[in-house]
Design a protein around this ligand. Structure first.
Ligand code: CA
Length: 249
């Protein structure tokens, strides 16, 4: 196993008609914690993508039925499938073929034969690069709604505009409504463990998030500052002033 975080619940659709390759890839991907499903039929692929919502597609070029390039083009044209990462496989290694594959909308391209380890590495890389979220899930709290796939937030009937950091903060809070998170916990959850950020930075982003959720200042506050503890997503009674930081006296 690699030292990287296992990508649990990450679904991979294999579209490949060579049984031996499917068996080998399935074995290697499952061992790495991926959930794998597959088809060898090009005509089935688009329907499967819609039904299973894979996080990444490994797509062979030459298939019975629709070709990999046509599948790729079709997926890229449709709203519900246009953002799914695609890694194209092919025995064709000519540069013009690679370009055609990438032009059709593939995110990466691998020439057969290849090592399964390299494919796993490319999948991880494509996911890190392209997939900001794991699911199509919608989160809701009070009059807030968050569409994770579309990175879209509304409050009541209005769109809420947030930077990626504020979106990440709000997402974390909406996944655990009512729970109090210390600023350290929010840093870990949103910025990650391996970078150094000052605690005050969290306060700054919470302030921006509050502003984003209520630009005109006429809605109830949804983020409570819990003194010497942290922040929580909670409906705060109108008029109750929240300290700017949990550290404020
Ligand atoms: Ca094939």
């Amino acid at each position: 196993m690699s030292a990287q975080q296992p990508l649990l619940e990450t679904k991979v659709l294999l579209v490949e008609d060579e049984a031996a390759i499917v068996t080998m890839l399935r074995y290697n991907l499952e061992r790495e914690g991926f959930k794998v499903f597959s088809t060898g039929d090009g005509d089935e692929a688009v329907g499967l993508v819609k039904a299973h919502r894979p996080d990444v597609i490994v797509l062979d070029w030459m298939l019975p039925g629709m070709s990999g390039v046509d599948i790729c083009t079709t997926l890229r044209r449709q709203e519900e499938t246009k953002a799914v990462p695609i890694i194209m496989l092919s025995a064709r290694g000519e540069e013009s073929d690679r370009i055609r594959g990438l032009d059709a909308g593939a995110d990466d391209y691998m020439v057969k034969p290849f090592s399964p380890g390299e494919l796993v590495a490319r999948i991880r890389s494509v996911l890190r690069r392209l997939r900001p979220v794991l699911s199509e899930k919608q989160l809701a709290f009070s009059d807030l709604k968050m569409n994770l796939a579309a990175h879209h937030v509304t409050r009541g009937s209005k769109d809420v505009h947030l930077s990626p950091t504020e979106f990440g903060l709000l997402r974390h809070l909406m996944e655990h409504p009512g729970r109090v998170f210390s600023r350290e916990q929010l840093l870990d959850a949103v910025w990650g463990h391996d970078i150094y950020v000052e605690l005050r930075t969290v306060d700054v982003h919470i302030r921006r998030l509050r502003k984003g959720l209520d630009p005109e200042g006429n809605h109830p506050e949804l983020i409570r500052t819990v003194r010497s503890a942290g922040y929580a997503l909670e409906e705060v009674p109108v008029g109750e002033k929240q300290p700017e930081s949990p550290a404020d006296k």
